[in-house]
Design a protein around this ligand. Structure first.
Ligand code: AMP
Length: 394
């Protein structure tokens, strides 16, 4: 029997939704509310059957957006009654050590997600606001939380413990958690389907390269090593995030420039990475264009980015003892042949060989027939993953 399942991704100023028929995986309608909390009101855009529409709304909060969405579903006859919604799945940034997998959300889980706001202050409170808004409007409909961290709960201790005194792990829960888990898991599963193998028989490296970027080493189908850490600031260089830097830079900035913890956090999260080096943009398309026109800082920004991706792939291949597949996904990974080519350059020693034409055509399989590693381009689909998880739990 077909079920109508809503997938929700609530951010600080946006709320994305996709309504699916499951298990067919058909999208009935999808859209986004933007500029939430802007006193001028929000923007609502949606797509039905490839037709895009956009309107300005006078409403402001997440709760109002959810009410608007449910009325919209009724008025546009996507549902006859709201009882047809059999489950709502929510992306939640941080599941800490409470959640090893997706979970139905009752009072206890709401409390746990709220407690984890300490670890993800920008994300968990708004994710929770989305859940609360749906619970209020649809009290009988099961709500499911799908965590960015849960795929990485299989990391071994040797990968998640930081080499600082253990009491900070025990008392403050400081450890590597890893993020983008839903995306890494989705593309790993898709890769296994494309390769016609069992996921549990494969060692893969999945590269989620978007505005946020992370790499995951998947050993026998499970997350074994990943580049984001205690927070999504760690690992690769990103649009506005520095990724890994020498930790001593932080106290140095405090002492030398009198910067506060909040100022440094803002510097590393919002002003660094591609934007900080190029001094142009945090958007890869802009920086690639500037680099093509000879802008030296844009070239340097891309060189640093690519070097970090390659170092990570090399390190993870060593950790996994070789790989069967290398997967590129997210905005940049799915769309930029040039960046993929540069990331694979010099990896022939790992048996990674890509074919120029296939790469430039954005084929799914871009490796040569002789390549020892299957190199794949797989569009991520976190919303579909959320819908699947929701169906499996309701
Ligand atoms: P995401 O966070 O996954 O939405 O990815 C956003 C990033 O992907 C932005 O920095 C975009 O500039 C980049 N991106 C999207 N399409 C392309 C493209 N065709 N070429 C290069 N970068 C792209």
């Amino acid at each position: 029997m077909s079920k109508k399942i809503m997938a929700i991704n609530a951010g600080s100023s946006s709320l994305k939704f996709q309504l699916f028929n499951m298990p067919e995986e058909n999208i009935i309608v999808k859209g986004i509310f933007e500029r939430i909390n802007d006193p001028k009101g929000m923007l609502f855009s949606y797509t039905v059957k490839d037709e895009k529409r956009r309107t300005e709304l006078k409403i402001i909060s997440h709760v109002e957006a959810v009410h608007y969405l449910l009325n919209f579903l009724l008025e546009e006859k996507f549902v006859e009654t709201l009882d047809e919604l059999e489950g709502v799945g929510h992306r939640v940034a941080h599941g800490g050590e409470f959640f090893k997998s997706s979970s139905l959300v009752l009072e206890k889980e709401m409390e746990q997600i709220s407690q984890l706001a300490k670890l993800a202050p920008l994300h968990n409170p708004v994710n929770l606001a989305g859940i609360q808004a749906f619970k209020k409007s649809l009290p009988k409909c099961p709500q499911v939380a799908v965590f960015d961290t849960s795929f990485h709960q299989t990391l071994p201790e040797s990968q998640y413990i930081y080499p600082i005194p253990m009491k900070y792990y025990h008392e403050n829960k400081i450890r590597r958690y890893g993020f983008h888990g839903t995306s890494h898991q989705y593309v790993a599963q898709k890769a296994a389907e494309i390769m016609n193998k069992e996921l549990s028989d494969l060692n893969l490296i999945t590269c989620h390269l978007g505005n946020g970027a992370s790499v995951c080493g998947v050993k026998e189908g499970k997350s074994y090593v990943t580049s984001m850490g205690f927070t999504p600031l760690a690992g690769l260089m990103m649009g506005t995030r520095s990724g890994d830097i020498d930790p001593s830079i932080i106290p140095f900035l405090q002492k030398e420039r009198g910067m506060s913890a909040d100022e440094i956090s803002n510097l590393l999260n919002n002003q660094s990475g591609l934007l900080g080096i190029s001094e142009l943009s945090n958007d890869f398309r802009d920086v690639i264009e500037a680099a093509d026109n000879g802008n030296k800082q844009a070239v340097l920004a891309l060189d640093i980015f690519i070097s970090r991706v390659k170092q990570t792939i090399g390190a993870y291949a060593a950790e996994l003892g070789g790989i069967d597949g290398l997967i590129f996904t997210a905005g940049l990974g799915e769309n930029s042949a040039k960046i993929r080519e540069k990331c694979c350059e010099g990896l022939e020693f790992l048996k990674v060989n890509i074919e120029k034409n296939k790469n430039e055509r954005n084929d799914v399989i871009i490796s040569t027939f002789k390549s020892g590693v299957e190199v794949l381009v797989i569009p991520t689909n976190e919303e579909l993953m959320i819908a699947k998880e929701t169906v499996s739990l309701i």
